[in-house]
Design a binder for this molecule. Structure first.
Ligand SMILES: NC(=O)c1ccc[n+]([C@@H]2O[C@H](COP(=O)([O-])OP(=O)(O)OC[C@H]3O[C@@H](n4cnc5c(N)ncnc54)[C@H](O)[C@@H]3O)[C@@H](O)[C@H]2O)c1
Length: 326
């Protein structure tokens, strides 16, 4: 059994721990650390975690671990990865690996050879993206010429109580100077890279409407893919008429078929047509569990991580270029 230490006990860890539970008895979270003992203890009692610590140092010093799962804020990821790597423990670290591309590069170079590191980039593990990826790989879309991904929400418009739903859900988003792209669209850029191969940034325009957060809340981005497709990503969290919750929309136009993800419906129209329906809530939860299962599978089989640091740095490089262009 893989004995896992979880560092961080915030919002996202409910999904991590549900994912780890599915892997029993192959793996088990046996210890949890958070400076908020209250949060760590709550997760421990919810998920039957034996040991609770108030610091990552204490958790690591106590030993009896085979791997570490990091779900703390981005500012401390690099420090925590280095601490685990110094003890030779394999690490699954939440995105973004570090607050900047340069810091992430320095970290990856430093830990290479010391331990195995996987970035917890779960979006591409969503069932509908796996299905689109399978269609593309099987040649059932043909050469992709254009793609358009859209993420429009009203999550940063005040609701009837004057609250911002996105901030209510995850308060730390309000404090981020790099908000929409580094926190949210990093997933969409990675999913587009997963589907279409590496991307080159052609155009970027960020903007901000919401005064209740520090960082940007809209982005209009254009990339080209290796095969020459033009790829647009339009995102805005201050859109009247859209729901507060996120739902990706994607259109992929190929020379042999069109793929459309619209809410819970995924369709492929070519000479023949097919349509699949998904439970979006289940896909969301499953993506964490799938990323975690991939970590455990790749560790036990000693095979490469799909979301390796080297791969993830290519996503982060695009994110950094987007902020540089503003
Ligand atoms: N993959 C996804 O879909 C997804 C979704 C949400 C969040 N995230 C990522 O997960 C991470 C955490 O997000 P969250 O929503 O849980 O944030 P959060 O603010 O709810 O929780 C962060 C927790 O980390 C704790 N913490 C701070 N410093 C620590 C340290 N040095 N050691 C241990 N714990 C420490 C805090 O006390 C807090 O309990 C972020 O990197 C975020 O980008 C990923």
């Amino acid at each position: 059994m893989l004995r896992v230490g979880l560092i961080g006990a915030g919002w996202v860890t409910q999904h991590h721990l549900a994912g780890w539970q599915r892997l029993a008895p192959r793996a088990k979270v046996v210890a949890i650390a958070d400076p908020s003992r209250e949060r760590a203890s709550r997760r421990a009692s919810e998920f039957g975690i034996e040991r609770v610590y108030e610091s990552a140092e204490a958790l690591l010093d106590a030993g009896q671990l085979d791997a570490v799962d990091i779900a703390a804020p981005r500012e401390v990821h690099a420090t925590l990865v280095r601490m685990a790597a110094a003890r030779g423990l394999p690490v699954l670290c939440q995105k973004p690996l570090a607050p900047t591309y340069d810091e992430a590069c320095a970290l990856v170079a430093e830990v290479a050879g010391k331990t195995r590191l996987m970035v917890h980039e779960n979006w591409r593990f969503r069932a509908y993206y796996r299905q689109i990826g399978a269609w593309l790989k099987a040649g059932r879309v043909g050469r992709v010429t254009q793609a358009q991904m859209t993420l429009l929400t009203s999550g940063l418009l005040p609701d009837a109580q004057g609250k911002l739903p996105t901030v209510e859900r995850q308060p730390f988003i309000a404090t981020l100077d790099r908000a929409l792209v580094m926190e949210v669209l990093i997933h969409h850029i990675d999913a587009l890279r997963f589907l279409l191969g590496d991307l080159t940034l052609v155009h970027s325009r960020l903007g901000k409407q919401c005064t209740g957060i520090v960082g940007e809340d809209r982005a209009a981005l254009t990339f080209t893919s290796e095969s020459g497709a033009v790829v647009n990503l339009l995102a805005n969290f201050c859109v009247y008429g859209e729901p507060p919750a996120q739902a990706d929309q994607l259109l992929v136009i190929g020379e042999q078929a069109t793929v459309r993800l619209a809410g819970a419906t995924l369709s492929r129209h070519g000479v023949e047509a097919e349509q699949l329906n998904y439970d979006l809530g289940a896909c969301y939860l499953d993506s964490y569990a799938s990323a975690i299962a991939h970590f455990v599978d790749a560790l036990s089989a000693d095979t490469p991580f799909e979301t390796s640091p080297e791969d993830n740095l290519r996503t982060l490089a695009l994110v950094e270029q987007i902020y540089a262009r503003g």
